[in-house]
Design a protein around this ligand. Structure first.
Ligand code: HEM
Length: 435
């Protein structure tokens, strides 16, 4: 375990332990709601089998329905939609559901707009667009991500890639699942979907890492300039020489009978680039870490391949890599608290996905669970557009893996510390016996 990792007992277990003084809090925020929740937002690694467990108490009946978290130090979050004055944190299923679905009171404007850090003014489409405008972009993109389209156009390629990658490691008896597999497999699929050239693979991963995980303004700006220069050049090339891939369909398409503006083209291609790269990778790494540490899950899937879809849903529910933000569109009262227009909200998916008021035995991994409506892909109009693709990639991986690889375990000496969030895990050495 790395030095900075925390043990379960070191995590705070009550609001009293995390109450903080924040003199700059907006005057309408009650003092007793101000708590430091940074540890629950996925940025602090731990080494537990269930790395999300330390925050479970935040959805308890005695916890006030709205908490307030002061701003993260460093200030880079502002460009990604975080409120510079701190934000409300929502921890109960029912309330998170409202934030995601009540577009009258909650807005997505400004979310994930890292491009503002280099002075760009285009919007991230469709994520940062509110209804009703959002609908036309969503309708335009949706057919490319529908289950039927994935089955017809992508599944054969996904299966081919995943089988090839598993067969490359099967006889070796070991793999770095995070670095050599999870990081690579979904990106290969995504590059193929968009029509991006294979030789950009390493650049893409480097740029993306710098944007999302470096925490350095300079590195973020460097990576943003690179990616946007590349994407603009690529768009221009596809306008001249269209092909059958998604970038070309976007830039040569029409919305409501009109060609897309330059801002719409870059806004869409950019956000797909950002959303499609390391989300599935983080999920796979966490999924394999969990199976290696809890081999009974492997046995369950091996004995019941018909449960693979349900197992994928449980991996998603129990390991939500993102907690999404929104902003209040107006003044209103909620749970006895005054909310002001512009207030930021963070929905703590790792609390909502385990809310006992919504999920029976929430910490249990149950692939037969019914009505598993978790928030890992959020909910409402912004429900992840790539969700069907992500699920298909995860299902095919498990299907093909369990046909070829016997029970696997963590290779001795491996650091299994994990960020319970998008940062996930950088290296995960697994091993198994080769016959
Ligand atoms: C396990 C993998 C994934 C997870 C956990 C995930 C998670 C999310 C979440 C939480 C949101 C909503 C954010 C918000 O509303 O604040 C979202 C939106 C989105 N995701 Fe994903 N994502 C995944 C994979 C993908 C992939 C593979 C793609 C594309 C190839 C993708 C494209 C998008 C797009 C375009 C949106 C915006 C949808 C809209 O605003 O209408 N995602 N995703």
């Amino acid at each position: 375990m790395s030095d900075q990792a925390m043990l379960a007992k070191e995590f705070p277990q009550s609001l009293d332990e995390i109450r903080v003084d924040f003199p700059d809090a907006p005057p309408h925020v009650p003092k007793d709601r101000i708590v430091d929740l940074s540890v629950a937002m996925g940025g602090v690694p731990n080494d537990l089998v269930d790395p999300y467990e330390p925050f479970e108490w935040l959805n308890g009946p005695e916890i006030p329905r709205l908490l307030f978290n002061p701003p993260a130090r460093g200030g880079l979050g502002a460009a990604a939609g975080a409120a510079p004055k701190g934000n409300w944190v929502v921890t109960h299923y029912e309330d998170i559901d409202r934030v995601y679905t009540d577009n009258d009171h909650f807005s997505n404007k400004g979310t994930a707009e890292f491009q503002q850090l280099i002075g760009e003014t285009f919007r991230s489409i469709p994520l940062a667009i509110d209804p009703p405008e959002h609908g036309k972009y969503r309708m335009f993109l949706m057919p490319y991500f529908s289950p039927a389209r994935i089955t017809r156009d992508l599944e054969p390629r996904i299966r081919e890639v995943v089988v090839e990658m598993i067969e490359q490691v099967a006889d070796k008896g070991e793999v770095d699942m995070a670095w050599d597999f999870a990081r690579v497999y979904p990106v290969r699929i995504f590059m193929g979907l968009m029509g991006f050239p294979d030789e950009k693979f390493d650049d893409f991963l480097e740029w993306e890492w710098n944007i999302l995980h470096s925490g350095s303004l300079e590195k973020m700006q460097w990576a943003l300039s690179n990616v946007l220069n590349f994407l603009r050049g690529f768009i221009a090339e596809k306008e001249k020489n269209p092909d059958e891939f998604l970038t070309s369909s976007i830039v040569n398409g029409t919305i409501e009978g009109k060609p897309l503006t330059e801002d719409e083209k870059i806004g869409m291609v950019w956000f797909l680039w950002l959303g499609g790269l390391d989300t599935v990778a983080a999920t796979i790494s966490q999924m394999y870490r969990r199976m290696a540490l809890q081999p009974e899950i492997q046995t369950m899937i091996r004995e019941h391949p018909e449960w693979i879809n349900g197992a994928v849903e449980e991996f998603l529910r129990t390991q939500p890599i993102l907690s999404s933000g929104r902003r209040a569109t107006k003044d209103f009262e909620w749970h006895g608290v005054q909310i002001k227009k512009g207030d930021g909200f963070s929905c703590l998916n790792p609390a909502g996905n385990f809310d006992p008021a919504r999920f029976a035995n929430p910490r249990e991994f149950d692939p037969t669970r019914k009505g598993n409506r978790h928030f890992t892909f959020v909910g409402g109009v912004h429900t992840c557009l790539g969700a069907h693709l992500a699920r298909r990639e995860l299902r095919l991986l498990l299907e093909e893996w369990f046909k070829r690889i016997p029970e696997f375990r963590i290779k001795p000496g491996t650091d299994t510390t994990v960020f319970p969030g998008l940062l996930s895990i950088r290296n995960l050495h697994l091993e198994w016996d080769v016959k």
